[in-house]
Design a protein around this ligand. Sequence first.
Ligand code: ADP
Length: 351
Amino acid sequence: MTLGARLTIDGVTKRYGDTAALDDVHLVVEPGSYVVILGPSGSGKTTLLSILGGFTEPTEGRIHIDDTDVTDLPPVRRPTTTVFQDYALFPHMTVGKNIGFGLAMHGIKGDERRRRVETALELVGLPGTGDRHIASLSGGQRQRIALARAVVIEPRVLLLDEPLGALDLKLRRQMQDELSKIQRRLGTTFVHVTHDQEEAMSLADTIVVLRDGRIEDHGPPDRLYLRPSTRFTATFMGDSNLVDGTARATAGGRVEVETTFGRFSVHGRAIRDTPVTVAIRPEHLRADDTGGFQLGEGRVVDRHFIGAHQRCRVALGHTELILNSPAKPALAIDQIVRISADLDDFVLLES
Ligand code: ADP
């Protein structure tokens, strides 16, 4: 069992000419945690991971692993290993040789090497495959071998760059479950980059949302999903209905908001008489009047059956809302429905 290290990212900026791929990023990753860096393409995820692994030098800022400043250390001298999206396996070598390669570089030989390779293969669910050739493996198996090759040298921080990006959706979801089990068994600090918010939510202790090289928001998945602090997080992490309004009165950590759906009071802070936005998740809207707040009557303009639920667009006056409700009773296009919700599920976004 390798114990994970603490990672401290202190004011890291990376500039390419006039472009700032990262802009003053500060983050502490707790030992043994599973952190997912989530963001759209071009937000700086790969650059950040590459700086942590020592493949890219930051323009400014420092990286500490536990108490050691590793900013100027090359990859091999850091207690980190990176799993790349394309796996970077040696196609002409057997599975065992691929996994044992890093151990050989560290001078670990003979029986101990064989034993550690086999343990790593067991960990990824492929025991006894050491003699097989890489070319004979499926995509999912190659992914596991890449993971085994990374964990066999017992890094204190494992860096994963879109590690499941090449897999089809079903295998991807299955490997997510396995990754999370493996991480818990090893206790290694995992930093995993993805643009897939579902993957991020299913794996992370902490999600870090990157946008244009800056940290937009970070926290546990449920907090980010249920109480996003910004418009970007609310819409990037799943769907949200964004309702514009005006802050009318503020007191005791609550704000009275005036909207086209009437006035209501939500948690948060705002300046009186300024525009505000309230986010409401589609699954928090009800197609009946059982919620604590009535938004009004609407007409169903679109409906899709998604298996576990139905997804509708409902027009209320000039506004359209997305609503996910249980599949039964089925709603019909043009049906008039009352829409309600609980005010606790309304989230006032930072302006
Ligand atoms: P992501 O992984 O989130 O897609 P990247 O870290 O790859 O984002 O890129 C962030 C930004 O930095 C992008 O605007 C990208 O074009 C730029 N960038 C990344 N690497 C380089 C490079 N080697 N040279 C110039 N610009 C780069």
